[in-house]
Design a protein. Structure first.
Length: 413
């Protein structure tokens, strides 16, 4: 067999093997879904596995104070080219979101090490902690620590079980006090991330890779509606202050308002009701609203509309309601030169490509505010993501990894 063909076959085999291995950490059961939430044992096991893989290539790798896996291919001088993504998932998420970017980065290191490549600047592979923010509403926790943001105030955030973020960190062997030592951005030259598209465009256009132009911004809002608990059998329907009735009216109107607005997407993805018994009128309903738009101004405009809408319904229903912003990520334009480097790498690899925006959030939004950042998308079957059915074919994954590898080689030469 020709050498090139054998190498390609090996790359496919290794990538599939790595994805399969990773998908065992945090597997939910037989639906193929994965739960690797921030600071959880399955995520830390997956991170430990990655450390071992990189060390087997003769490189240094360890977890930093934010739980990010940082692997280092040292060079004589210069700031590092960081290749990153994440190994955490949403609850019952898919096998590819984040994981494929990390595995593709690992594949790139393997291929470049094997070919005798000598980087002219350090290359780091980083798997960021808690990109999803699904457990504590703390998206991009790891990348925010990596760029030196002060995150101490997030320690008191609680998850659905009432566990504080600071305590989840301690249980995993980390401390909020040491977090500032995760700052490494001053030694970084640029950032590249491969990710699944999580939307339908590449598949529909039958295109191999997408070069990302900009990433939509997001706001994580938290609404708390307060009424009064009461007896389900004795309280007349007209004499109730039912927090859940108010919350459901709000949710319906919020989604309608987003559809009318046209520039935003709004999703209510969690709701908690208390006291939470079938024979008790809900005294409190707490829900999240994830708002996305390509312009910050559109998010601001929609948040203001949402705030008015919530106040109106609370008044009508005799309830109290509050609205808080738990997290905010500004939209980001990706670096023009890095887009050019990815296009050149796609051409070299013989991959068809298109330029496209990202509706999903990524660590690149945080890193890209400090250093030039570039992102490459590979197709998602049916556009499905944050779902166990998430899928990218081995061919598409390997082609993406090849484009990434060529871009890394060019940028680190
Ligand atoms: C990250 O997956 C996001 O919520 O966009
Ligand atoms: Mn995701
Ligand atoms: Mn992701």
């Amino acid at each position: 067999m020709l050498d090139g063909q054998r190498r390609k076959l090996n790359a496919v085999t290794e990538l599939i093997r790595d994805l399969q291995t990773l998908s065992r950490f945090g597997a939910d059961g037989d639906d193929g879904g994965i739960s690797r939430l921030a600071w959880s044992p399955p995520l830390l096991e997956a991170s430990g596995w990655l450390v071992q893989q990189v060390r087997a290539l003769g490189l240094d790798a360890d977890l930093d104070a934010a739980g990010n896996v940082v692997a280092v291919w040292a060079a004589d001088g210069g700031d590092a080219l960081v290749v990153g993504s994440h190994l955490d998932t949403v609850p019952n998420g898919g096998r590819f979101d984040g994981a494929l970017g990390v595995i593709a980065g690992l594949a790139a290191l393997r291929q470049l090490r094997g070919s005798g490549f000598q980087p002219k600047r350090p290359i780091w592979l980083v798997s960021f902690m808690d990109e999803e923010g699904a457990r504590f509403s703390t998206p991009m926790f790891g990348s925010r620590a990596f760029v030196g943001e002060d995150l101490q105030h997030l320690g008191t955030r609680t998850d659905g079980d009432g566990t504080r973020l600071a305590d989840a960190m301690s249980a995993a062997g980390f401390s909020l006090e040491a977090l500032s030592s995760a700052r490494a951005i001053d030694r970084v030259h640029g950032y590249l991330e491969l990710h699944i598209e999580q939307g339908p465009v590449l598949e529909a256009q039958d295109t191999d890779v997408g070069v990302v132009t900009h990433i939509a911004g997001s706001a994580d809002l938290q609404v708390v509606v307060t009424g009064e608990a009461g007896h389900a059998g004795t309280t007349p329907m007209g004499a109730r202050r039912d927090a859940l009735v108010g919350a459901s009216r709000m949710i319906t109107l919020i989604c309608q308002a987003a559809a009318e607005d046209g520039d935003v997407r709004a999703t209510v993805g969690t709701i908690a009701v208390s006291p939470g018994a079938s024979n008790v009128i809900p005294a409190r309903a707490e829900f999240t609203v994830d708002v996305r738009a390509t312009e910050d101004a559109a998010i601001d405009r929609f948040s203001a509309r949402l705030s008015a809408l919530i106040a109106d319904i609370a008044r009508e229903e005799g309830l109290e309601a509050s609205l808080d912003e738990a997290a905010r990520l500004a939209p980001l334009a990706l670096d023009g030169d890095l887009q050019g480097a990815l296009v050149a790498a796609a051409r070299e690899a013989g991959a068809s490509f298109t330029s496209m925006p990202s509706g999903a959030a990524h660590d690149a939004m945080v890193i890209g505010r400090h250093v030039p950042a570039g992102m490459l998308f590979v197709p998602s079957r049916g556009g499905i993501s944050h779902n166990p059915a998430e899928y990218t074919s081995a061919d598409d994954a390997v082609r993406g990894a090849e484009v990434l590898t060529r871009a890394i080689a060019q940028l680190a030469s």
